[in-house]
Design a protein. Structure first.
Length: 125
């Protein structure tokens, strides 16, 4: 497994893109997608929702379990990935590309996000 160097990571296994024009893209890591198994349902936050760093904002359901989705940042949701809602398997097949989950206008970034190398060490992958 390779964690893209340009992303930052939470200990809840979410990734965060660099903030561009105040907006960041969020998804779950390949490690988390593999641990979940085949994702069959995605409940994502809606446009206009406020998310808070470290708090739940949705859930992913797989053939094995239901897992809470946590936001790595605080801000307002500007977009949810309708492609993932329509085809949740994108989370498994392309977690860092088409399987992204939502975008947030970042109000506050936590300081405890990990680099790719730190996340690799933390997750053991």
């Amino acid at each position: 497994m390779s964690n893209p160097q340009q992303l930052r990571y939470s200990k809840e296994h979410e990734w965060l893109s660099a903030v561009e024009d105040g907006v960041a893209t969020i998804g779950i890591t390949e490690y988390a997608a593999n641990a979940l198994g085949d994702v069959v349902y995605a409940q994502l936050p809606e446009v206009g929702d406020t998310v808070t760093a470290g708090e739940t904002c949705g859930e992913l359901e797989s053939t094995k379990s239901v897992s809470d989705l946590y936001s790595p940042v605080t801000g307002e949701v500007t977009e949810a990935n309708q492609d993932v809602v329509d085809d949740p398997s994108l989370v498994n097949s392309a977690p860092f590309e088409g399987g992204w989950l939502f975008k947030v206008r970042v109000a506050e970034e936590p300081e405890d996000l990990l680099s790719a190398d730190e996340y690799t060490e933390f997750s053991g992958n």
